[in-house]
Design a protein around this ligand. Structure first.
Ligand code: AMP
Length: 288
């Protein structure tokens, strides 16, 4: 099928409903564009598991705080559509700000608790923006399954919570983090790293793998894991940690004992670029 492209939520909804009426399962991959191998892993999962795949490309202003990188966030719609088409996507939904947040827009999705910690503490309005846009996108694209990346671990937890709390009729699938050979998690923001910054950015992955190594060697006290991660980040001169924690994968609360249900999480500034990453202490498995 040739790639379709639409900026109209109503048209996209009726196309998805037509496919479903024909008995096809529809997969949905929400993105902010500048597609890379991380996005492609979600797209490939959807294309292989669903009869039709929709990708949204929308840089959502509501999830950026004042002074964050909304203006310099990369935008490459034409190239993204080409990549989407080559990878089996059936429909790209690329709405405008006027369509998503028209004059008078006043309704937001706010979640308590899970959104107050980690990313939520550093970026107080971020998850309100994420949940609002994801809810709006799920209404425009009433797919059977939605695919998200483990890379944005807290996002997967808060989205699952919203889906459950609001009885949204969609199944959430989470796919493993795709990394560069030295371990840097692929992200649109790593485009901004200069050569020296890029050289130091794998310290996030090294810190996470060291935490997991200590756990697998039998350490179940989170304190030495945190200390080991902190000292690896401190050894990179351009790195400034924002938070470094070992949390429960469901509640996001810091754990008192490390188990397979714990996830090491961190946010680190490398120069002007803020990177996040995480690693489950148990096996990271792609969900079916
Ligand atoms: P974004 O365009 O950054 O909003 O990301 C869109 C989706 O791609 C989100 O579900 C992300 O978690 C996922 N994603 C981004 N980077 C990666 C990666 N390196 N590996 C796996 N998934 C990713």
């Amino acid at each position: 099928m040739a790639l379709m492209r639409s900026s109209s939520p109503d048209d996209v909804r009726s196309t998805v409903r037509t496919w479903q009426a024909d008995g096809l399962t529809v997969g949905f991959v929400p993105t902010m564009g500048a597609l890379h191998e991380g996005h492609l892993s979600l797209i490939r999962a959807s294309v292989s598991q669903c009869g039709r795949t929709v990708v949204s490309i929308y840089v959502n202003p509501a999830q950026f705080g004042p002074g964050e990188d909304l203006e310099r966030y990369p935008r490459r719609l034409e190239e993204d559509c080409r990549i989407a088409g080559q990878n089996g996507v059936d429909l790209v939904f690329c709405p405008s700000d006027e369509v998503m947040y028209p004059e008078g827009f006043a309704t937001y999705v706010v979640q308590e608790g899970l959104t107050d910690v980690l990313e939520g503490e550093s970026r107080p309005t971020h998850f309100r923006g994420v949940l609002t846009i994801v809810c709006k996108l799920f209404n425009a694209v009433p797919a059977d399954r939605a695919y998200f990346g483990q890379k944005d671990f807290q996002q997967t937890v808060v989205i699952r919570r919203m889906v459950q709390d609001l009885n949204l009729p969609i199944a959430v699938r989470v796919m493993p983090t795709v990394r560069e050979p030295e371990g840097l998690a692929l992200s649109s923001r790593s485009d901004h790293l200069g050569p020296e910054e890029r050289e130091q950015a794998p310290c996030l992955y090294r810190a996470l793998t060291e935490a997991r190594r200590l756990y697998r060697e039998g350490e179940t006290d989170p304190a030495p894991l945190r200390t080991a991660m902190e000292s690896i980040i401190a050894s990179a001169p351009l790195a400034r940690p924002d938070y470094i924690e070992i949390v429960d994968r469901d509640t996001l609360a810091p754990v008192e004992r490390v188990t397979d249900a714990a996830v090491a999480v961190l946010a680190v500034r490398i120069g002007r670029t803020r990177l996040i990453d995480n690693m489950p202490m148990g096996e990271e498995t792609a969900e079916e």
